[in-house]
Design a protein around this ligand. Structure first.
Ligand code: 5GP
Ligand code: MN
Length: 339
């Protein structure tokens, strides 16, 4: 990170700090925000985490969760005022302001000093300071680095370490993705030395399913999985009525796409989910095939080479399925050269 000394100076006296994760924050986005928030509070800053949307229940155990403000239209004025009156805004786990709508316009207008910490590939520079490293496995890894750069290692306590661990653990697929470097293992060792209970964190994230969620997964596997071996691709498509039947809650489909990717011979997987005003899509790949390019080129999205997301606003599920399938022949060579 350039200008760290300048930033240290800015953060050497108490400031009003706002921290914003992306929409539908995952464990990395929320864990990054809450670990940074707890650290900055120890430096006597006044900190507020503002989430553009709600997030899954399996993240609410994180320390500081109760202080997160979740946007809803009735809170527009409050959010606008907090963002406008802040001194410093941290943007964590995205490098494209479109991922925090409707907070983006207020962030742009705010006179605050802005800092982005992120590991996504496509970066649109919008802050004065950034710690941007697309090779990093998780934004939480970069928050850990940031605390080190600030000279704050001794302030990392168990609640901070737990949030960092959760972000790194989930964004590395429990330490199995190629991004899991030796550096990651060294950081994890330090977090364990601080005294976190990693088994408890795994349990809180992976083993707290509702019956509805499990049945939705079963239903999707049985009824909504299409396998296209001629393109080494498999995908799920879930309609809003499928979700309603299973009393869908935010986070219930998280990770589902990985079942499609776990099929032998399949290297590209997707999930298409019908929402009120859009079709939300997640893409996963194995090897060289770029889910990021696919999402960016066709579905207004992006992410990482092997994990990306996108959307079609006001799309109909059937026509988006058709569009997705009709694109695959153009990628046949890449799909077969990936591994
Ligand atoms: P997921 O499929 O789990 O929602 O997201 C996979 C990865 O792609 C995550 O790193 C996420 O931040 C990123 N991502 C998801 N949706 C979008 C999107 O619409 N635009 C961009 N640029 N990245 C996305
Ligand atoms: Mn991340």
């Amino acid at each position: 990170m350039q200008n760290i000394e300048e930033l240290k100076r800015i953060l050497s006296s108490p400031k009003k700090v706002v921290i914003i994760p992306h929409q539908k924050p995952d464990a990395d986005a929320l864990g990054s925000c809450l670990s940074l928030s707890a650290y900055l509070k120890k430096l006597h800053h006044q900190v507020q985490v503002l989430s553009p949307t709600d997030y899954p229940n399996f993240l609410t155990w994180m320390s500081g969760n109760e202080e997160v403000m979740v946007f809803e239209p009735s809170k527009e004025k409050i959010f606008q005022d907090i963002i406008r009156n802040s001194d410093v805004i941290f943007c964590l786990d995205y490098s494209d302001l479109a991922r925090i709508t409707p907070l983006d316009k207020w962030v742009v207008q705010s006179p605050a000093i802005k800092i982005m910490i992120d590991h996504h590939i496509d970066r649109i520079a919008f802050t004065q300071y950034e710690l941007w490293e697309p090779k990093a496995a998780a934004t939480a890894e970069l928050v850990y680095d940031f605390i080190q750069l600030m000279g704050g290692n001794d302030l990392i306590d168990i609640p901070i370490a737990e949030c960092i661990y959760a972000g790194i653990m989930t964004d590395t697929g429990s330490f199995k993705y190629p991004s899991t470097s030796s550096k990651i293992h060294r950081i994890i060792a330090k977090l364990l030395d601080i005294g976190i209970n990693h088994s408890k964190i795994h349990h809180q994230i992976f083993d707290t399913n509702s019956e509805n969620r499990l049945r939705l997964i079963g239903f999707a596997l049985k009824e909504r999985l299409t396998i296209l071996r001629e393109f080494r691709t498999a995908f799920f498509a879930l309609s809003s009525s499928d979700l309603k039947t299973h009393q869908y809650q935010t986070g219930d489909t998280e990770g589902l796409v990985n079942y499609a990717l776990s099929l032998e011979g399949i290297i590209f997987a997707a999930i298409l989910i019908e929402d009120a005003d859009k079709i939300k899509m997640s893409f996963r790949s194995i090897g060289d095939f770029s889910a990021n390019d696919f999402a960016r080129e066709h579905f207004n999205g992006g992410g990482h080479k092997n994990a990306a997301g996108g959307r079609v606003v006001n799309g109909k599920l059937d026509s988006v399925i058709q569009q997705f399938v009709s694109l695959l022949p153009h990628y046949k060579a890449k799909l077969f050269n990936s591994l």
